[in-house]
Design a protein around this ligand. Structure first.
Ligand code: DGL
Length: 277
């Protein structure tokens, strides 16, 4: 018998809630199960091996909870773990189930937003070092030049609500200026980390008005809709009661309180211990 299940949305922490909001707005008919590995975040400065191991544990958890489709709503996990999970693990752990990331949908579109054909990417250290954005963009927009800037301190600043302090603002400004110094021709900046949409307005105040600042949520939502349209074998396995549930590897009260800064969803989360898998 075919058991339908929610669509799994995974992030290292709170940032994926910004993506879930856009997905849920566009596709409210489906059920979603959000999992944040807050106890082990941030992922951005961790090694390839560790990010892969943690992401695989999270994906297995979501599959065990009935998901047939999991979105890695985390650029760092998408950059460092997605390909190996898709190519090596899926057929072993869950044949027929699918895992998608956020980098491919972003790179399929972002080049078309730029007139100068010079793009800026702000992301975690892990995402930048992986070079995934540069490699993927080359496939879809070979005429585009990509300038990347790692912002290793932004996720901790945002998670700890310190991005609005004088020190926090100075760090943010410094990284943006570093990116802009790489080329005067950058006309489009992609926020290549799910946490950054939270400070989009602050970023827009720092960059010249002529530069477009793009968050990923709507791009990912649109791409998911198109994926479900093209893959009825997965779509028919997605349950449709419009329900949301939230899981975290952290203390649930802490998660529920902090999550309120990232989303307007009313959250009562459940604890999971991913390290015991
Ligand atoms: N949310 C992750 C991303 O989009 C970064 C957060 C982290 O470093 O854990 O890259």
């Amino acid at each position: 018998m075919l058991m339908e299940g929610p669509i799994g949305i995974f992030d290292s922490g709170y940032g994926g809630l910004t993506v879930l909001e856009d997905i849920q707005k566009r596709l409210p008919q489906y059920d979603y199960l959000y999992l944040g590995d807050n106890a082990r975040a941030p992922y951005g400065t961790r090694s390839f091996e560790v990010i892969y191991e943690y992401t695989l544990q999270a994906v297995e958890e979501l599959f065990d909870r009935g998901c047939h489709l999991v979105i890695l709503a985390c650029n760092t996990a998408s950059a460092k773990a997605l390909r190996t999970i898709q190519q090596n693990d899926l057929k072993r752990i869950a044949p027929g189930k699918k895992v998608l990331g956020v980098i491919r949908p972003s790179t399929e579109l972002i080049g078309s937003y730029s007139r100068s054909k010079e793009l800026g990417i702000l992301a975690t250290e892990g995402t930048v070092i992986s070079n995934s954005y540069v490699i993927e963009l080359q496939k879809f927009f070979p005429d585009c030049k990509v300038h990347q800037q790692a912002c290793p301190i932004w996720v901790p600043l945002i998670e700890n609500n310190e991005h609005g302090t004088d020190e926090g603002k100075a760090f943010i400004r410094q990284d943006i200026e570093r990116l802009l110094r790489k080329s005067p021709n950058i006309d489009t900046i992609l926020l290549g980390c799910t946490h950054y949409p939270l400070i989009k307005e602050e970023i827009e105040k720092i960059v010249p008005a002529s530069i477009k600042v793009i968050a990923q949520g709507q791009i990912v939502a649109e791409s998911l809709q198109s994926y479900l349209d093209r893959h009825p074998e997965i779509e028919t396995k997605c349950s449709r009661e419009g329900k949301l549930s939230f899981f975290t590897s952290e203390n649930t009260l802490l998660f529920d309180n902090n999550a309120a800064r990232f989303t307007s969803f009313d959250i009562k989360s459940t604890h999971v211990d991913l390290s015991k898998r």
